[in-house]
Write a protein that binds this ligand. Structure first.
Ligand code: ME8
Length: 637
């Protein structure tokens, strides 16, 4: 029987730092799924929250000179504001410092200890603070974390262990018996391989003298509970596990734990084994999505390449950001983030395909039908074809969403958007050949497509669908908030209602203008960079050079093409972002400093073979020079 409830979770995020577009990705994806299931009429619970204990948080609070509790209070509030700004419709926000949660964690720990699934033994191995992960001796080479490649510390202490090995076979069996348990399939295979290579028991405590900021082991004051043991328990503590008269049985087991692929092992092995040991049913599915990458690297707080979702929302609006994240990257795979692709998606899919459709249709209803949705007349083949496309698109979207394949579902819906645009062009209601009845039929059909889209897009977009509804004048007869997936059948648009044409849903963006503006803000925001060693520094070939010629690059207000003499008979062509500060004629003959061994890159179709160094302060920019006149090619060191 189909379950009429849906319980979905995101990871609970570490509030050690501001969250970035990667966390936003998971949260928006879970939100889209939660909204979809609500639209299907299922009781839905969407849980997110913050993972507030552990060494990382303790250090971050110490660096800021505040207590860990003050620190996490401020960060958790910041995160909730961020999610509110993005229109995230969470039902529960769990904080692991909540006494309701700590009580459950202590209860689970004590129970597993009592039944001998937790035992005490000495630990000697590695610990990675950024990942909050233990690694056995053999898995670490050269003192760096095998997962994140950052520095790792050696830990030797008496500890408590969770008996994972006892459950390894049962775990493997469960994965084999339940093909949907870990998705996508590639992640499932990865976990099976990992299990087959042998599962060791896991350390689940830290000594109190090494770490204070954690939940105390209830029967041993010398220890706090390992932050991952604490964290995964949120999925049951938030819904009242172990409490009398709670909603636990209503929601558990969770339908989907949506997570990033780097935390698969905690979710696909350790967490289910904890549940098995407790005799609690396992979640239906763990879906490990891919990473958003920038310049080939995972976007992450500590790599210093994080992208601030608030800046993007401020610039493009939350619907554009949400749509981009949900549509651009095939759900499950890694995907490159670039702001240019966000702008392109917004312009093509949202402004042109969707926004223009609404704008054209409402303009024609005003012009040909006195601003009122007309009644349809006789349907021709082209019209019934459109109804078939609509039904297929909706069915395809639902099929994909039932399997959490969000980008596929949007692809399905855009088949209808594209077909509708084609339909208008083909039926040409503006042409002299169309009489009033024919025009009425076409514009009714178009209103109907827009009505269907407004409802079907509700999971993904939070502002545009209701605005479409409003402009179509539908609110007068049907409340938008009351619509549901069952309203997606053809023929629901009421004839005779007055439309209210408004501003474009998504104004077209001038890509070069918005992207250049952002370049400035990003540069200013970047304050510190990680330390580098001397060898890394000396890999840079810095030279005194002389400008031979310079000219503006068409279409790029900030850029100059500059030819520089770098000595030894060599000339480099450099594209420099200095056009707002220097006239090409002014810099001819000037002595500058260049990076002469930078990999060539194309900017606005012009190859840049190096970089001219400049200092920047807010809107001011000044080229770097050397005091005396030196021959081109002189080394800078
Ligand atoms: O791991 N691309 O928290 P966290 C896509 N507290 N998703 C990304 C991403 C990227 N570049 N970067 C982060 C923790 N994420 C633990 C979780 S759960 C019991 C405890 C997303 O703050 C992705 O979902 O490091 C990843 O799993 C999560 O953020 C990690 O967030």
């Amino acid at each position: 029987m189909e379950r009429d409830r849906f319980y979905i979770t995101t990871p609970i995020y570490y509030p050690d730092n501001r969250l970035h577009i990667g966390h936003t990705y998971t949260t928006v994806a879970a939100d889209a799924l939660a909204r979809y299931h609500r639209l299907r009429g299922r009781d839905t619970y969407y849980l997110t929250g913050t993972d507030e204990h552990g060494q990382k948080i303790e250090q971050a609070a110490r660096d800021k000179g505040v207590s860990p509790q003050e620190f996490v209070d401020e960060m958790a509030a910041w995160i909730q504001d961020l999610w509110a700004e993005l229109g995230i419709s969470w039902d529960g926000f769990i904080r692991t410092t909540d006494p309701r949660h700590t009580k459950v964690v202590q209860h689970v720990f004590a129970r597993l200890y009592e039944q001998d699934d937790i035992y005490s033994a000495p630990y000697a191995g590695w610990y990675c603070t950024p990942c909050e992960s233990f690694f056995p001796e053999g898995r670490v080479e050269g003192g760096n974390c095998p997962d994140c490649n950052r520095e790792i510390s050696w830990v030797e202490e008496d500890a408590y262990f969770l008996r994972l090995s006892k459950y390894a076979d049962a775990m493997l069996q469960h994965i084999e018996d339940n093909p949907e348990f870990i998705q996508p399939v590639s992640r499932r295979n990865e976990m099976v391989r990992f299990l087959e290579s042998g599962l060791e028991d896991m350390c689940v405590t830290r000594r109190r003298d090494a770490l204070q900021w954690g939940i105390p082991v209830p029967f041993d004051p010398n220890y706090v509970i390992y932050v991952w043991f604490d964290a995964v328990t949120n999925y049951i503590s938030a819904i009242g596990f172990g409490e009398e008269d709670s909603d636990f049985d209503l929601w558990w087991p969770a339908d989907v734990h949506l997570i990033g692929k780097e935390i698969l092992r905690f979710h696909c092995l350790i967490w289910p084994i904890m549940l098995m040991a407790l005799g609690v049913p396992l979640p239906g599915q763990i879906f490990g999505h891919g990473w958003l990458t920038l310049a080939g690297q995972k976007i992450s707080k500590s790599r210093g390449n994080s992208v601030d979702p608030r800046i993007l929302v401020g610039k493009y609006g939350r619907d554009a950001v949400r749509y981009y994240l949900l549509r651009e990257i095939p759900f499950g795979a890694d995907g490159k983030y670039t702001e240019r692709s966000l702008v392109e998606r917004t312009n093509v899919d949202l402004a042109n395909d969707l926004g223009n459709l609404l704008s054209r249709v409402t303009a024609m209803i005003n012009r040909y039908c006195d601003g009122v949705i007309p009644a349809p007349g006789e349907m021709m083949e082209v019209d019934t074809n459109l109804t078939v496309v609509a039904a297929d698109a909706v069915a395809e979207a639902a099929r994909a969403l039932e399997r959490n394949l969000i980008s596929d579902s949007l692809e399905g819906l855009w088949k209808l958007v594209n077909a509708a645009n084609k339909y208008i062009d083909e039926t040409a209601p503006w042409s002299d050949e169309a009489d009033d009845e024919r025009r009425g039929t076409i514009l009714y059909n178009m209103s109907e497509v827009l009505r269907i889209l407004a409802i079907a897009l509700r999971p993904y977009l939070v502002d545009a669908p209701s605005e479409m509804w409003r402009q179509l004048g539908l609110e007068a007869s049907v409340s938008f908030d009351g619509t549901c997936w069952d309203d997606l059948g053809w023929g629901g648009a009421p004839s005779g209602v007055a439309i209210d044409r408004g501003d474009p849903l998504f104004p077209r963006l001038d890509a070069d203008e918005v992207l250049q503006d952002n370049g400035k803000k990003q540069e200013r925001k970047e304050e510190t960079k990680p330390m580098i060693d001397f060898d890394t520094f000396s890999e840079m070939d810095l030279r005194v050079a002389r400008v031979i010629e310079a000219e503006r690059i068409e279409g790029a207000d900030r850029l100059l093409r500059v030819m520089v003499n770098v000595g030894h008979g060599k000339t480099l062509q450099v594209v420099a972002g200095i056009a707002e500060h220097y006239d090409p004629d002014d810099i001819k003959g000037q002595q500058v400093v260049v990076v002469a061994n930078l990999q060539p890159a194309k900017l606005f179709g012009v190859e840049s073979q190096g970089m001219i160094l400049a200092a920047e302060d807010g809107d001011d920019l000044s080229l770097l020079g050397v005091e005396a006149v030196l021959p081109p090619g002189s080394k800078v060191k």
